[in-house]
Design a protein around this ligand. Sequence first.
Ligand SMILES: Cc1ncc(COP(=O)(O)O)c(C=O)c1O
Length: 370
Amino acid sequence: MASHDKLFIPGPVEVSPKTWEAFTRPMIGHRSEAFRELYRSIHPRLQELFGTGQPVFLSTSSAWGVMEAAIRNCVRRRVLNCMCGAFSDKWLDVSRRCGKEAEPLRVEWGQHINAQQLDGRLASGQFDAVTLIHNETSTGVVNPLEEICAVARKYPDVVLIVDSVSSFSAVPIAMDELGIDVLLTGSQKALALPPGFALFSVSEKAFSRAAQIPNRGYYFDFLEFKKNQESDMTPTTPSVAHINALRSKLNDIFTEGLEARHARHARTNALVHDWVGRNGLEFFAGKDFRSKTLTCVRNNRGIDVAKLVKELRTKHHLVIDGGYGKIKGDTFRLSNMGDETEETVAHLLSCLDECLSEFTRASVAPAQQR
Ligand SMILES: Cc1ncc(COP(=O)(O)O)c(C=O)c1O
């Protein structure tokens, strides 16, 4: 009997006992030498994960805190919000709520952001910042990051803000090489930490932009983060528990090796893709734009998704997601991010098979009785 329901939703995901153990270590003061040693000890590995020589910051907030912060720190004139799903769509609303001028570059859910289209919009000269969600968790679409970054690099006045919340550490992202100005992620996705914490890094260009912008506030002021990181501290009292858990997770990640970690995510993702094909199901995302960390399955078989989610949880103690927002029920999502292996994903898929075959039997049986 499982001790708890295991999450295969696209975040939060299962947190390992080892990570929990680190999370519950005795508390230390955030201005103590012990804390500074903690931050110092994880910083080089964080820079390696981010692919950057820039400082990496620890934010005691969920990812949205840093997404909002990026708008407040980096938009002087007008921001272009690339929109292709629930999270990227919301960024337009958030930009406007921050009092900024913001315009959408919008595609249908399930489509990806097209680099040429972005080029056309930036060529207007109206924008000094762009937001992009690398891996749109609601639709399972991964945007062509290299092409998009190549376009953004043509515009030196434009600050490129990238959310890698549901792709970070599962696929390589070289922040400096790509010319990303703000790269941010959350704790509860592929890093497999408890939710409520975020990590981000900021380019020199974005720091200079921030310096020109008044009313950045305090809690999320990039320049406060920079000043504090220089002495291995955070501006305010951080979630030390998350940082202890992060140190433990970084040990796991670098013991496994980055390439091996990326390859493991690719293999577990391929298992899910095979399962989709085997079951006569389809993908919500187009062929070359499918996420490596989650699969958004198009429910072309008219499965009762709510029932499937419920049966899987009650019978097998496994939790999948029944679709996000306006595509709830028309899609469902299976995550392979975090610590999952071929064995654990294969187990999920065989439990799904069992539930689906019971559905089929139940729908065939009354017809046979007639
Ligand atoms: C791509 C993406 N960006 C941002 C967020 C927001 O994260 P949070 O709710 O932790 O702030 C999510 C959450 O699922 C996400 O998937």
